[in-house]
Design a protein around this ligand. Structure first.
Ligand code: FES
Length: 351
């Protein structure tokens, strides 16, 4: 559980000024991945352990493990990866995780993907895999960026388009610099409606995949639902929400009314009962008691911290990772969960 493995950096390539594609050779662990999954890295920065998740961008049949890392303003890990990381360095990461993926193919199909900025990385992995494995499947990609210079993997997308003429179509939406008004601006509800009227036949789409910032994801999801696509055919992944300290701030805000609960955590078959501080999340309480509870984003996005409540009740502040049926079965995101009852028991299971 939450085990980190060494991976050697074998290549680093700048795809644009502020983004790198890092090729990794695992030195242990099982790094077989499903296209759409991500790796969670850990590294010490001035004595503080930082965990950051980056999606795999290589295809399932490419025979390499690559992640795309775009520099985020003030982001310690992404800045390090873009400026100081060298070939031969060793990084530590957990085995691939995440449930953002294309459904199993049952025949030729039409996939529609929306990506914002570095949200292209898991979609590129899915795109490469689907085009290679499914010769009759069509793929439409709507890719939103600020400007042409910030398009990660632009050449790779052009290359895929040329190699799969007629079944891979990419629509670049830029905030500025576009001659055609339809392709300029932000991808919001109105833009989706215009695209669905003129360029994309929603009725022909079997699954829609969305990866980008929350407002964009919510607008696209609402537009797809409005245009008749059912919820089960829309898959999304958020990014950019994992701000360190946010969970703590939320917990602190709630701390006034709460009283500390008794928490029993079962991890790798061993149970331990601890006393929670008022307002603490289950994850925070586990970490404060030196338990190796798994986590990555701490923002309710990735599901790394998922556990099952076996006694008592908890409240989740935010959930962008678990499906309704999982919540019904008692699964919660421990980074987002605070107790509603005086005693709570949870179990972390391997997934
Ligand atoms: S650590 Fe990512 S959802 Fe909790």
């Amino acid at each position: 559980m939450a085990q980190f493995h060494d991976l050697e950096v074998t290549a680093i390539r700048h795809t644009i000024r502020d983004a790198v594609e890092v090729t990794l050779r695992p030195k242990g662990g099982d790094f077989t991945f499903v296209p759409g999954q991500y790796l969670t890295f850990r590294r010490d920065f001035d004595g503080d352990e930082l965990r950051r998740s980056y999606s795999i961008c290589s295809g399932g049949d490419d025979g390499v493990l690559q992640v795309g890392i775009k520099r985020v303003d003030g982001g310690a890990f992404s800045s390090f990866a873009n400026t100081d990381l060298r070939v031969g360095d060793v990084l530590q990461a957990m085995a691939p995780q995440g449930r953002f993926r294309a459904k199993e193919a049952t025949g030729p199909r039409h996939l529609l993907a929306f990506a914002g900025g570095s949200g292209i990385t898991p979609i590129l992995s899915i795109l490469r895999t689907v085009l290679a494995r499914e010769p009759d499947t069509r793929f439409t990609l709507v890719y939103a960026n600020r400007a042409a210079a910030t398009i990660m993997f632009r050449e790779e997308l052009e290359d895929l388009k040329n190699r799969h003429m007629g079944r891979f179509n990419v629509i670049h939406i830029l905030e500025t610099e576009q001659d055609i008004p339809l392709f300029e601006g932000r991808v919001d509800g109105a833009k989706c409606a215009a695209l669905f009227r003129t360029w994309i036949d929603i009725d022909s789409v079997d699954q829609a995949l969305i990866c980008g910032p929350e407002p964009m994801m919510l607008a696209i999801r609402a537009a797809l639902l409005d245009h008749g696509m059912d919820k089960d055919r829309i898959t999304y992944e958020l990014f950019g929400s994992g701000q360190p300290g946010r969970a703590k701030q939320r917990a602190a805000a709630r701390a006034g009314g709460a009283t500390g609960a008794e928490l029993t955590i079962t991890l790798e078959g061993t149970s331990r009962t601890i006393q929670m501080e008022p307002g603490q999340t289950i994850l925070e309480a586990g970490l404060a008691n030196d338990l190796a509870v798994p986590y990555a984003c701490t923002a309710g996005v990735c599901s790394t911290c998922m556990c099952r409540v076996t006694a008592g009740e908890v409240e989740m502040a935010r959930n962008h990772a678990l499906e309704d049926y999982e919540v019904e079965k008692g699964y919660v995101l421990s980074c987002q969960s605070t107790p509603l009852t005086g005693a709570v028991s949870v179990v972390y299971e391997d997934h």
